[in-house]
Write a protein that binds this ligand. Structure first.
Ligand SMILES: Nc1nc2c(ncn2[C@@H]2O[C@H](COP(=O)(O)OP(=O)(O)O)[C@@H](O)[C@H]2O)c(=O)[nH]1
Ligand SMILES: [Mg+2]
Ligand SMILES: [Zn+2]
Length: 294
């Protein structure tokens, strides 16, 4: 897209060796930054929508970063529309508490989650437990990067949007992306044993173009994730099926725990809310309470 003043608008797909690679109208521009970015200490992130001024050939200068809708810290990417949260139905076995913490992290970052339970070829019936647990409130896919099950649906979900692939390592994120994008050869099956807790391996982040349109970021994955700190009363807003009943309990500020006449507890009793999700909610609520104590 080149407008009348010769400015091109595009999206930063990777940063490498001091250059920013900007995708615009199907072409990639190799850009440097206008000097004032250094003075103003403004960072340019992968995912940023920018305006550039073309120079010779495919070279350009980034003039301006357009306002961001979202900013992720891990991985550092701007303007992500949705997170595909991949878990394996087996090898490694999924941990529901971890799935729930990923969902809360997405909600806190205001990014739409898509749950993807992969390796269905290895699974007998765990998938039914998980689709029941999450199917009411979230988009849930069951896939196999090996047999191709569910990949067409996943393709549709990714089309035209910016998505980040997240989830523990070894669940099949890279294998899945390789299956979706002909010619892509992301490394798979490599589990880094050297990564120590709290120390992040630097790795360049890249937005990869999908054949159907849309961009994706692969991440190495992390197998633990802390519950973000928040007020106890805010926790329910990150459980859509609980948030839906907001204002229907007898007490304003009801934590849906010991309070009488609680609409959430009634919904759990009637089966409208999955009991396992509610129990996880109570466990997180208790974690938050414990934190306040020290
Ligand atoms: N059986 C089976 N194995 C898979 C599937 N997807 C990935 N794998 C295997 O799981 C291992 C980890 O895959 P990888 O893509 O590296 O996981 P990542 O760490 O999430 O990127 C590799 O050995 C893959 O071949 C699947 O759907 N079914
Ligand atoms: Mg990988
Ligand atoms: Zn309540």
């Amino acid at each position: 897209m080149i407008n009348s003043s010769g400015i091109v608008e595009g999206i930063v797909v990777k940063a490498y060796g001091g250059f920013y690679y900007v995708l615009a109208g199907g072409k990639e521009w190799e850009c440097s930054l206008r000097g004032r970015f250094r003075h103003e200490k403004q960072q340019v992130l992968v995912g940023d929508r920018v305006e550039l001024i073309p120079r010779h050939g495919r070279a350009g200068v980034v003039e301006k970063v357009l306002p961001r809708s979202t900013v992720l810290v891990r991985p550092p990417v701007a303007n992500v529309d949705q997170a595909v949260m991949v878990f394996a139905l087996r090898e490694p076995d999924p941990n529901p508490g971890l799935v729930d913490r990923f969902l809360i992290a997405a909600s806190v970052n205001q990014i739409e989650p898509i749950l993807c339970f992969n390796k269905s070829d290895l699974d007998d019936d765990t998938q039914f437990e998980f689709t029941a647990r999450y199917g009411q409130s979230f988009r849930v896919l069951v896939t196999s990067a090996k047999t191709g099950e569910g990949l067409d649906q996943l393709r549709q979900e990714l089309q035209g949007r910016v998505s980040v692939f997240a989830g523990p390592s070894g669940v099949g994120k890279s294998t899945m992306l390789n299956a979706l994008i002909p010619g892509l050869k992301l490394k798979t099956g490599t589990i880094s044993v050297k990564t120590k807790r709290g120390k992040h391996t630097t790795r360049h982040v890249e937005l990869i173009s999908l054949p159907e349109g849309g961009l994706v970021v692969d991440t190495p994955g992390f197998s633990s994730l802390d519950l973000p700190d928040m007020k106890q009363v805010d926790l329910a807003s990150h459980f859509p099926e609980i948030a839906e009943l907001h204002g229907e309990c007898y007490f304003t500020g009801c934590l849906h725990d010991q309070e009488p006449n609680c609409a959430v507890k009634k919904a759990v009793e009637s089966g409208a809310i999955q009991q396992s999700r509610y129990l996880q909610y109570l466990e997180f609520l208790n974690d938050l309470k414990e934190r306040r104590r020290y």
